[in-house]
Design a protein around this ligand. Sequence first.
Ligand SMILES: Cc1ncc(COP(=O)(O)O)c(C=O)c1O
Length: 387
Amino acid sequence: MTSPSDTASLGSRAAVLPTYARADLTVVRGEGCRVWDDEGRAYLDFGAGIAVVGLGHRHPGVTEATHAQLDRLWHASNLYWTEPMLRLAGLLSDRVGGARAFFCNSGAEANEAALKVSRKVTGRSRIVALEGGFHGRTYGALSATGQPGKWEGFGPLVPGFSFARPNEVESLEAAVAPGGELAAILLEPVLGEGGVLPLEEGFVRAAAEIAREVGALLCVDEVQAGLGRTGTFFAYEQLGIEPDLVTLAKGLGNGLPIGALLVREGVADAIGPGDHGSTFGGNPVASAAACAVVEAIDDALLENVAARGAQLSSGLQKLSGVREVRGRGLLLAGLLDRDASPVVDECRARGLLVLTAGPDVLRLLPPLVVTEAEVDEALGVLQEVLA
Ligand SMILES: Cc1ncc(COP(=O)(O)O)c(C=O)c1O
């Protein structure tokens, strides 16, 4: 017999617009690298809420900072200043050499802001992004997303976008060429949703050079790859470039919704009051959490990302059914000799949460605080499932 609460939860599932293919799993609690379902079953979370809980679920420092802010001020509007937002802007500005921040609530919004700033600052409209890239689901971000399947049924998109093949400089030159008028080149240092494909340093340097030559801005989407996930605070630090615009979200609030656009010093001069906005952007509670996150990304954490990334990558390489391992730090994927979705389902049945990034791509994004023993545990489950 179903209890009243079962009936309520089954009934309310039908009340949710089915934009996600959700697993039959209701998550009720999280701590560190684990979550628990409504029947008390534990899962090792190697998806980290899709690269969000970088510091692990309910990280003590972030939780404390958030509680303290909840007891002081929840919202003031962007007509005034708040202390957490100012502190966060300062912390992020220090990381990008004097950049100025615009705060919003998600990755798509951060990229929308980047697209608008690029057009306003340059007075031009064309944007070149990458085939297979992913920048979000709102109209500008979707128009910049190089995955035509995601456009179907939603046209017309925003005009002015064209696409180059990742890691192919000639393709980039060809996409930039027609008629100048380029506002920005937008790229992810590691294409996350597009299969966990790392961009090569030569390609990214060429993109920076081309942008400089034609007077366009270089915009790096660090929504998935940033905030320590690849072993440096920003993934672009490993690629020998200094972008004009950087977008962040996902891991910034460790689970609270916050996004940011960082605009390099000198680039933001054409932006003034009324050009852009967001009611909740820079919300004090989310900003307080984000300050604690940014402060927690220190050398010890980044060393853990490198060590655990190397451990996970070499363990994956040894598993039967894994054709290739790619990615950086703890943004990793195994290319399988079979469909990845059944593997994800079987892992979940055995208490391990993992993700896909394409039909045969198994994506692993554990919290950055993952331990050696937890990586071994995950590899053990994967070995059983892939055997
Ligand atoms: C690189 C990248 N940019 C942007 C987004 C969109 O972020 P959000 O879902 O917070 O809008 C994502 C989400 O997966 C992403 O991976």
